[in-house]
Design a protein around this ligand. Sequence first.
Ligand code: KIV
Length: 349
Amino acid sequence: MPVRIPDSHSTAGAAYTYIVRAASCVFGAALEPIMSFTQPPASAHLSPPGVSLPKVTMPALAEMKRQGKPISALTAYDYPTARLADEAGIDLILVGDSLAMVVLGHENTLAVTVDEMLHHTRAVHRAVRRALVVADMPFGSYHGAIAEALSSAVRFVKEAGAEAVKIEGPRVELVRALVEAEIPVVGHLGLTPQSVHRMGGYRVQARTAEAARRLRADALALAQAGAGAIVLEGVPREAAAEITAALPIPTIGIGAGPGCDGQILVFHDLVNLTFAPPAKFVRRYADAAALFRSAIERYREDVEHRAFPSDAESYHLPARQAMGAAAPDADFDSDNAVVNRDAFEDWTN
Ligand code: KIV
């Protein structure tokens, strides 16, 4: 998790428009209208017939390491961004506890709860077809008894569709217990943001040869306990490269240089939705803040100048149905006049 000033208003938004058919129209004329609403039907996201997506699994990540294929990973916390990441071919989508900061506006990752993480993991799971979905176990959910940690992890798999969980620190016994319970685990070593108070801030870790050797020993222990991959965060690139070479499982780096088997970034860092200067390791690929700000400002101006909506964006009464006319609404079909998001008809004349 990158070092950042908390951002309180950073929830990304997105909308989808779908064209569907409606069966009838209010005033009796047979129409085949265009319908637009903001939530796609579940069926809209199925692969075309005959196309099967090669699902990314934990063993597939190990195979990518063997073949020297870089693993792309990104965080996502909601349906639209997870769907975009998946459709863009990202291999691993992490529902990171960074959501506490970048989505919920907390100062650090410590406050987010299991229930909040489950809520967002479900949304991501609904969007993803190909990528491996990994859920972060939040602070406090795995720091006590192993049995308690196990039952929290089971919830992520059973209730939210996670295919692996991520835990911070060299918790070898817990990793072993999770793997024995058939729950794949991604470890997380180096700068572990849930240890912010112990570390005294977000600091690059393993800066001496001795500390780097300890980190390598921890990584090997996690691999031996059955972890399927390890996130290495905030460590010198030389240490990360050596650890990567020593490990039989993939490393996924964030602020750990180019020598890891894969890379992960926080979605909001990638597209500039963090309201803070980026950390050194972040590369901004887009300026969503500028894009969204300008769209919202133009919308507000249009509303204020009565330039939105236009006539073309309005529904019309048929010419024969002037509101002042005395004629009864003989052909008004009240059943079809119900306006709701699932059946919103186009009343064009
Ligand atoms: O919560 C998070 O976003 C992470 C990082 C590894 C990206 O743990």
